[in-house]
Write a protein that binds this ligand. Structure first.
Ligand SMILES: [Zn+2]
Length: 328
C-alpha cells in the first residue's frame, strides 16, 4: 500500500506510519481545513474533534478509556474528555495539552455530539468558530507538540515568530505545515488574541488569511479546461491586465492613502492595495485596510489588516518612508 498522502504538510511526525491512527488524524484535520475555507464551521468542528480523538489514540496506542453510566451503557459523550483527561494528567510532560480548562474540552465534545446527532443550523456557526479558535485548533496543535514534537505554526516553536525566517534551522525542520500555511495558521491565533475582546471584529475574521489561501489551493479543481483557456487568452491579449488595473483604481479611490504591493495569496505582482495610516513617526506607519485587485483577498478592519499584512508593510516601509518623506 502506498503511503497516505497529505496536501498541506511539508513534514511528517517521526515514525508516523507505525502509530495508527496518526496518519488518519492528520488527513481528517486537512479535511476540516477545507471545510473551514468553505465556511462550513460546524462540519469543521465535528472533523476536528474526530481528529483530536485519533491523535490521542495514536499516542496512547490503545482505545479510549470509557465511562460506564448508571444504566450500564458506555457514556459516549465523554469520549474526547476522557481521552484528554488521561493525557492531561501527565501535566509535567504534556504542559501545552494540560493547560486547557476541563470545561472547555467537555463543551467542545458536547457540541460535536449534539450536532452529529441532531444536525446544525446557521445559529451554530459562531459558537463553532469560537470553540475551534479557543479549544479545538489550539488543542490539536498542543497535542502534536507535546506527544509528537511536531508543530503546525511557528508560535509553538518560537512564541514571537511570525515568519519562518525568525526560526532556527532546527525549529524550521519541525514545522509540519507548508510554510505559507504555517504562516497563516500562526496569524489565526495572533488575530484571536488581538481581537477577542473587540466586539466590532467577527471571530470568523481570524480565519480570513488561512481560508483564502486554502480556497486558492482548491480553486483549480473547479476550473474547467475551457475556463482555464479563456483566462489564459485574456492574459495574452491584455484584457486580464485591463480588468486588474480597473479594479486597482476602484480600490485606490476608496482608500485614503494607498500603497500597492505584490500579493502573497495569488502571487501576482503589484495588485495588492494597502491603505496606509499616516503617523507622526515612521515607526508608527500601519495598514488599516487591504484588498487585492486580482484575487479579492480583502481585509476591511484595521486590527485584522495589521496582522495579515505585517510582512507586506515591513518590506515596503523603506520605500514608503522615502516616498512620503517621513524621515523627519
Ligand atoms: Zn491576490
Amino acid at each position: 500500500m502506498a503511503d497516505p498522502t497529505l496536501i498541506f504538510f511539508r513534514g511528517r511526525p517521526h515514525d508516523w506510519l507505525a502509530q495508527p491512527p496518526l496518519a488518519s488524524a492528520l488527513q481528517t484535520f486537512e479535511t476540516a481545513l477545507i471545510n473551514l475555507a468553505l465556511g462550513r464551521y460546524p462540519t469543521t468542528l465535528v472533523l476536528t474533534v474526530s481528529a483530536l480523538e485519533s491523535l490521542i489514540k495514536a499516542y496512547r496506542k490503545t482505545a479510549a478509556p470509557q465511562t460506564i453510566g448508571a444504566d450500564g451503557k458506555k457514556v459516549r459523550d465523554e469520549y474526547l474528555l476522557k481521552l484528554w483527561e488521561d493525557l492531561a494528567a501527565e501535566k509535567d510532560s504534556k504542559p501545552r495539552t494540560a493547560k486547557f480548562p476541563r470545561e472547555s474540552v467537555e463543551k467542545l465534545g458536547w457540541k460535536r455530539n449534539r450536532m452529529v446527532h441532531y444536525g446544525y443550523s446557521p445559529e451554530d456557526d459562531m459558537e463553532c468558530v469560537e470553540r475551534l479558535l479557543d479549544v479545538g485548533f489550539p488543542l490539536f496543535d498542543a497535542i502534536l507538540a507535546d506527544c509528537f514534537d511536531f508543530h503546525l505554526g511557528f508560535h509553538s516553536l518560537h512564541p514571537t515568530a511570525s515568519t519562518p525566517d525568525e526560526l532556527s534551522v532546527t525549529d524550521r525542520a519541525k514545522c509540519g505545515l507548508l510554510l505559507d500555511y504555517a504562516s497563516e495558521w500562526t496569524k489565526v491565533f495572533a488575530l484571536r488574541s488581538a481581537t477577542k475582546d473587540n466586539p466590532s471584529i467577527r471571530s470568523s475574521d481570524c480565519f480570513l488569511g488561512l481560508a483564502h489561501r486554502i480556497r486558492r489551493y482548491i480553486q483549480p479543481t473547479f476550473t474547467s479546461l475551457a475556463e482555464d483557456a479563456m483566462s489564459m487568452h485574456a492574459d495574452e491579449i491584455g484584457t486580464k491586465f485591463d480588468q486588474v488595473e480597473k479594479r486597482l483604481s476602484e480600490i485606490k479611490s476608496q482608500f485614503r492613502e494607498s500603497w500597492v504591493s505584490d500579493c502573497q495569496y495569488c502571487n501576482e505582482v503589484q495588485c495588492l492595495v494597502l491603505e496606509i495610516n499616516f503617523p507622526e513617526t515612521p515607526e508608527k506607519v500601519t495598514v488599516s485596510r487591504a484588498a487585492c485587485a486580482h484575487c479579492d483577498m480583502i481585509a476591511l478592519s484595521a486590527p485584522v489588516a495589521r496582522i495579515l499584512f505585517r510582512e507586506n508593510l515591513r518590506s515596503a516601509l523603506p520605500e514608503i518612508i522615502k516616498a512620503y518623506d517621513l524621515t523627519g
